[in-house]
Design a protein around this ligand. Structure first.
Ligand code: HEM
Length: 442
């Protein structure tokens, strides 16, 4: 009754019914891989909720930050500790979900025309999410995150022409940690970066609704899946509930970032084994593998960290942003695609994706080279050289192997004339129920 009155009241003033009817009737694909983006969405919402809670307890001064985060475990904040744990776990899962979602978009070719722009917006969100994660990780000002910030500052300083200036602006002076560093990290972490993600996310989801989802079926005119109301709405609420429950369980059972054991940050106490959160570990690995040679260009020194710390990630991101266009160039396929492919239908993409994943995993492993060498009783120098060789040879070998397997599988599927993706889909029938439908091989 109240709902009806509110809906009518809004419609009379804003004409909202037509839009709401369109959105409620929109059909969402039923395949599990379409839920991956939703997981990312719900991790983000949990981050915002728990993050707002934390702002009431956090002190953003250099002296006050560490004790204020430690105090979350006190009786004064009955649920403070678990909220902080949930916040950190959601950040780790958020970036994992983004990467897995990116993988599904990549390997199924969902980024192809007309969705290239949404792919670029997606890469933008990945960068912003990583920066938000890193600035948040640095806020407690503990010994581990302080060491990470110091490394990040050295990487920033290595950038020719603008590096020194950028570091000075962030620090608020020429030394580290500068008087304004904490305040700048806090403002970036709490306002600018999350707001930028929210703006891009609105664009991203708006584009998904406007362009419609891609599908795993043969006939592009035949939209299959579940209507938003009530089927899909209930499912998505269940996904939100499940992510919340998983995060609460992680937070309660597995302690993450135990700053009480690291102690506060003092610039003169840096631990050699310091490693960042998992999504930034590849950068640490790259720094450990990079050659220790300093180049001089027009008399200006370019420190060794510039290549692994700035050039490598920028090159990788540039490659990701441009991939839809690179693929278009390599395959000559400029057509619009509403129908998805399975990973083996494009051996080129499979090879490139496998090579990139190999590189990411290798660099992440390299971030723990000292622990690996100590545990396996290996010589650290030998291990570093092994990683360096694998860094060059590995992606080529893995990429070729994956592409080869892909083309074999594609040929076999072609021979058997079976449609590679044989899912059952549900189509709304006239009686309002659902009919099962198997895509027909053509
Ligand atoms: C904050 C992070 C992100 C969130 C919350 C998010 C959320 C979503 C959701 C809910 C969908 C619709 C369902 C689906 O297709 O999975 C979607 C679709 C899409 N996303 Fe994302 N996404 C994020 C990051 C990314 C990234 C990093 C990329 C790629 C670089 C990307 C590219 C796309 C594309 C191209 C589509 C349309 C896919 C289709 O229609 O099949 N997204 N996203």
């Amino acid at each position: 009754m109240i709902v009806r009155v509110v809906v009518r009241w809004l419609d009379e003033r804003l004409g909202t019914n037509a839009g709401a009817r369109y959105l409620l009737a929109k059909i969402y694909p039923d395949h599990w891989s379409f839920y991956l983006g939703e997981f990312a969405l719900y991790f983000f919402l949990t981050l915002v909720g728990t993050g707002i809670w934390l702002t009431f307890a956090f002190d953003d001064s250099a002296k006050g930050a560490y004790p204020s985060v430690l105090a979350l475990a006190d009786r004064a904040h009955p649920i403070g500790y678990v909220i902080r744990q949930m916040h950190h776990w959601s950040a780790l899962c958020f970036i994992a979900a983004i990467l897995v979602h990116l993988g599904r978009i990549f390997f199924t070719g969902a980024f192809r025309r007309p969705r290239e722009l949404n792919w670029i917006v997606g890469v933008g969100m990945l960068v912003l999410a990583s920066l938000t994660g890193f600035t948040g990780y640095s806020l407690p000002n503990d010994n581990l995150s302080g060491t990470g910030l110091r490394i990040a500052e050295s990487v920033a300083l290595s950038v020719p022409l603008i590096g020194g200036w950028t570091a000075a602006v962030l620090n608020g002076d020429d030394y580290f940690p500068g008087p304004l560093l904490m305040t700048h990290l806090y403002t970036l972490h709490v306002y600018y970066l999350p707001i930028a993600i929210a703006v891009l996310l609105s664009l991203h989801l708006g584009m998904v609704v406007y362009q419609k989802h891609t599908q795993f079926v043969r006939d592009p005119k035949h939209v299959v899946g579940r209507r938003f109301w009530p089927d899909y709405a209930l499912r998505t609420v269940a996904v939100f509930g499940a992510t919340g429950a998983a995060l609460a369980a992680l937070a309660a059972l597995f302690e993450i970032n135990p700053i009480e054991t690291y102690g506060p940050y003092y610039p003169w106490i840096a631990t050699n084994g310091a490693v960042p959160d998992w999504y930034a570990a590849f950068l640490e690995g790259a720094l450990r593998l990079g050659p220790a040679t300093e180049l001089h260009v027009f008399g200006h020194p370019i420190p060794p960290v510039f290549w692994p710390g700035v050039v490598l990630p920028s090159f990788t991101l540039g490659f990701l942003v441009l991939w839809p266009f690179i693929e278009k160039k390599l395959t000559g396929d400029r057509a619009a695609h509403e129908i998805l492919e399975t990973p083996t239908q494009s051996p080129l993409r499979l090879g490139v994706g496998a090579a990139l994943i190999f590189e990411g995993v290798l660099l992440t492993l390299a971030a723990a080279d000292d622990q690996t060498a100590a545990t396996l009783h290996l010589r650290l120098e030998g291990l570093v050289w092994l990683y360096r060789i694998l860094f060059v040879v590995g992606p080529i070998a893995v990429g070729f192997l994956a592409a080869r397997i892909g083309s074999e599988m594609r040929a076999r599927i072609h021979e058997s004339a079976a449609y590679p993706y044989d899912a059952t889909t549900l189509v709304r029938n006239e009686a309002g129920g659902f009919d099962e439908e198997k895509p027909q091989p053509t």
